[in-house]
Design a protein around this ligand. Structure first.
Ligand code: TYM
Length: 321
């Protein structure tokens, strides 16, 4: 039975990119092996310095993930910081990590390009992420396209460790769904908290409508034919609508006579209906103040069990035991 692992950084509210890139595939995986999903709060510290917000976002992720269908009877959900063993292993692995490998990591390069002075934590982020994966002997890592490089670094570091100290770590494989490679945001770029172009999963009706109506479009007049192959509206609609509704929208784009405002309304309806049952489930979970804490506590227990076994294996391998 394969072991499946993935994580989400609590640096904001969950959005549609997270949902289609990682959460939905992760939820599908929970029936196919032992699934472990975690809230990457150590990672969030590299950019978030607000303890209240960190707690709020971490809890929000747990709540949203459960509302979307993560079943704690099948999958383990936990907080990264409930397994501090990852920090010790990160140190050990960092002593084998070549600096140039991290200098080439795209998240680090993106920060430099945006003029943000990187901290050591941000620089070393891929090593912590490698340990997040290796500590649980993970086989499969469902992630969005932007995380692929990190899983490749994980494999490289595991190979390096195994060559140096003997077979210790299992090599993981990323799982990226080809039909949801990168979900576009309101401006057509990759949907990302850092670009401020996200559509959150559980927005209220009014703000959601406002966001959708704010999707950036060109100034093609209503009567004119429009190109459906290059439109964030169509791309997003495809995720939520039935194939026949998508075909209809594409043909209405080409025919002309329908404005972008109208297409955005269709998109709003599709998103609103799609998340309807999950909104309801979310309200039910929220009504029980202890539910989320209990799920996370149970998750931490299982994660610790697995982490302790790997930690003692590694300590032994390097001569620390
Ligand atoms: P994070 O929090 O940025 O994103 C969580 C997951 O959502 C996916 N995603 C997207 N997929 C498609 N289109 C988009 N626009 C989009 N935006 C986000 C991401 O690819 C990711 O799968 N470093 C990770 C968290 C992490 C992790 C790990 C993941 C830490 N340790 C170990 C897997 C294994 C991150 O920052 O994800």
């Amino acid at each position: 039975m394969p072991r499946i692992l993935s994580g989400i950084k609590p640096t904001g509210k969950l959005h549609i990119g997270n949902y289609f890139g990682m959460m939905r595939p992760a939820i599908d995986w929970q029936d196919k092996g032992e699934a472990l999903y975690f809230i990457a709060d150590y990672h969030a510290l590299t950019t978030l310095r607000d303890p209240k917000l960190l707690k709020e976002y971490s809890r929000g992720i747990a709540l949203d993930f459960l509302a979307c269908g993560l079943d704690p009877a099948k999958a383990t959900l936990f907080k990264q910081s409930d397994v501090p063993q990852v920090c010790e292993l990160t140190w050990i692995l960092s002593t084998l990590t070549p600096m140039p490998m991290l200098e080439n990591a795209h998240a680090y390069k993106a920060h430099i390009m945006r003029g943000i002075t990187p901290n050591v934590g941000l620089f070393a982020y891929p090593v912590l992420m490698a340990i997040d994966i290796l500590i649980y002997d993970s086989d499969i890592v469902p992630v969005g396209r932007d995380q692929k490089q990190h899983v490749e670094i994980t494999r490289d570091l595991a190979v390096k460790f195994n060559q140096t100290f003997g077979d210790t770590f299992k090599l993981p494989t990323p799982s990226i769904l080809p039909d949801v490679e990168t979900i576009p945001g309101l401006d057509g770029q990759k949907m990302s908290k850092s670009y401020d172009n996200t559509i959150e999963l559980f927005l209220e009706e009014k703000p959601l409508r406002k966001k959708i109506m704010g999707i950036v479009t060109d100034s093609t007049p209503i009567e004119a034919s429009k190109d459906p192959t290059n439109s964030a509206i169509v791309e997003l609609y495809r995720l939520f609508a039935s194939p026949s509704d998508v075909v209809q929208m594409e043909s209405d784009f080409r025919a002309g006579g329908v404005g972008y405002g109208d297409f955005k309304k269709r998109l709003f309806e599709a998103i609103w209906n799609y998340f309807g049952p999950m909104r309801q489930r979310r309200a039910e979970i929220q009504a029980d103040p202890n539910y989320v804490d209990q799920v996370l506590a149970r998750g931490a227990e299982r994660a610790n069990e697995l982490a302790n076994a790997t930690l003692s294996r590694v300590r032994q391998a390097v001569g620390l035991s």
